[in-house]
Ligand binder design. Structure first.
Ligand code: G1P
Ligand code: ZN
Length: 545
């Protein structure tokens, strides 16, 4: 019998979960008792899990293996009855969500810092998902944080590590550990939603080619199995398909700046028809056509407008939810379809209640996140399969599909400018300063633009009526254009200031314009309003998407 040890510890003051769980440098997680304190704080803020099932897995980044063993021993010591863990401790975020739901687990712990770099000097993260498979809502994360500030002991089983490299059933104290294939359940779900025979014949006929960049992150094994093995895409369709603890030194964020190899391929003369990438933990996606970029906001709108063509969504969609900074392109689709549309704060956790209540079917964020009610996380590979299925049904190129959409609905020209690692005090002051000027800004004109309203976005959840305040500074112009200022809740170095810019272009003749060009005036206004460049000493954004 392995003994349960109760270890004394002192609280850390910085274990406040952000937009998506607790994210810190690996070196912070390596501090003695740091991980254990937070895991115990999670368990202490939950009730009724004795004998229940917990799902555990992560994106394979540096420290994933160490953390998984610790969590298994702590789950056993705290009374869980069973843990389902992905082989080698791996599970993508959407697969973890799928498994929690499929096996009616009590919840899950996912180890990931998403798109942040990994390795000994990189980032690590831990997040808790509840029984619906989705990120723990704020009332949970707040309870975890409160607990972390007073915790003085944690419980852990004194036992050897079990072998996670082989699938099978093991025991750890009184707890059963099932090491499962990380891909199978997820692949089965994808097969239910999409027309696999049609996708297969599209590859077989040679009428369609694609490149999927797994960025040396978790979707490698998922994409290889689904795209190459099940759908018959030629070997080599998946690039950077082997997950590495440091993502090969890259930044596993699927955007135009970081998915370099894919972007070069898609800009080349012999570009395939379709390009896609996913992030560190597999929940984000970027989709590209030949020399053509689809903004995530447009992607959500186009997926919604075409959902009726897709096997799993033929019965119709009930509504579309988007985060506040995401463009309003999806709202236009919802309006035409006569279905619900919701504007939530940034972060996937705000979609959970709406999905559970059947109020919406599709959700999306401008930050390369799209998903549906099939799980309770955003889902990278799902979005890629959704797009492949649209292409298979419409027999058109990505560019044709997008430009036809603009023609029909108008184009919400959109861009996000990120300023990374800004001095936190400077960033805080910029936001506070904007916040203090809401009243004086109303009615203020800038050339052709006039501010109709300025506020700090606040959200009341339509289902549980919980209120989330201070979710981003909105500068709303009379013509529907918007500038949003927000501080990132996922960064680990200084502050990341995000500026979101949006302008509606109904005129077809003007729609094929470069977004930065179309938004040039708004970009200038953003600087005039915030003084961000001047105050932070930057000449421009770190990343433009
Ligand atoms: C970022 C994105 C947000 C997303 C989150 C987790 O959060 O902007 O949309 O939900 O990562 O992937 P932020 O750093 O802006 O707080
Ligand atoms: Zn992610």
């Amino acid at each position: 019998m392995s003994a349960i040890k109760t270890i004394s510890s002192t609280p850390f003051s910085d274990q406040k979960p952000g937009t998506s769980g607790l994210r810190k440098k690996v070196t912070v997680f390596q501090r003695e008792h740091y991980l254990e304190n937070f895991v115990q704080s999670i368990f202490d803020s939950l009730e009724g899990f004795t004998g229940e099932t917990l799902v555990v897995g992560g994106d394979g980044r540096y420290y994933n293996d160490v953390a998984v063993h610790t969590i298994l021993k702590m789950a056993a010591a705290n009374g869980f009855g069973r843990v389902l863990v992905g082989q080698s401790g791996l599970l993508s975020t959407p697969a973890a969500s799928c498994i929690i739901r499929k096996y009616n687990a009590f919840g899950g712990i996912i180890l990931s810092a998403s798109h942040n770099p990994g390795g000994p000097d990189g980032d690590f993260g831990i997040k808790y998902n509840i029984g619906n498979g989705g990120p723990a809502p704020e009332k949970y994360t707040e309870a975890m944080f409160q607990r972390s500030k007073e915790i003085n002991t944690y419980k852990i089983l004194d036992a050897e590590n079990i072998d996670l490299n082989a699938q099978g059933r093991y025991t750890l104290g009184d707890m059963l550990v099932e090491v499962i294939d990380p891909v199978t359940d997820y692949a089965e779900l994808m097969e239910e939603l999409f027309d696999f025979p049609k996708l297969k014949s599209m590859f077989r006929s040679g009428s369609f080619s694609m490149c999927f960049d797994a960025m040396h992150a978790i979707t490698g094994p998922y994409a290889k199995q689904i795209l190459e093995e099940q759908l018959g895409a030629p070997e080599g369709t998946v690039i950077n398909g082997v997950p590495l603890p440091d993502f090969g030194g890259g930044h596993p964020d699927p955007n135009l700046a970081y998915a370099k190899e894919l972007v070069e391929t898609m800009n080349g003369i012999s570009a395939p028809d379709f390009g896609a990438a996913s992030d560190g933990d597999g929940d984000r996606n970027m989709v590209l056509g030949k020399r053509f970029f689809v903004t995530p906001s447009d992607s959500l709108a186009i997926m919604a407008a075409n959902a009726h063509r897709i096997k799993g969504y033929k019965k119709g969609i009930t509504g579309i939810a988007r985060s506040m900074p995401t463009s309003a392109a999806a709202d236009r689709v919802a309006e035409r379809l006569g279905i619900n549309s919701f504007e939530t704060p940034t972060g996937w956790k705000f979609f959970g209640n709406l999905l559970d209540a059947g109020q919406c079917t599709l959700c999306g964020e401008e930050s390369f996140g799209t998903g549906s009610d099939h799980v309770r996380e955003k889902d990278g590979l799902w979005a890629v399969l959704f797009w492949m299925n649209i292409i298979a049904e419409r027999h058109q190129s990505v560019e044709e599909i997008v430009t036809e959409h603009w023609k029909s609905y108008g184009r919400n020209v959109y861009s996000r400018h990120d300023y990374d690692a800004v001095d936190a005090t400077v960033a805080g002051d910029i936001i506070d300063n904007l916040r203090s000027r809401f009243v004086s800004l109303m009615g203020h004109g800038f050339g052709a633009y006039c501010i109709e309203k300025a506020d700090d976005f606040s959200y009341t959840d339509p289902i549980d009526k919980s209120v989330s305040k201070n979710q981003g500074i909105r500068i709303l112009f009379t013509d529907g254009s918007r500038i949003i200022f927000r501080l990132s809740g996922t960064g680990t170095e200084g502050a990341t200031v995000r500026i979101y810019l949006e302008k509606f272009e109904p005129n077809e003749a003007l729609q094929n314009i470069d977004a930065q060009e179309a938004l040039a005036d708004l970009i200038d206004i953003a600087e005039e309003l915030s003084g961000l460049k001047a105050k932070s000493g930057r000449s421009g954004p770190t990343v433009i998407t």
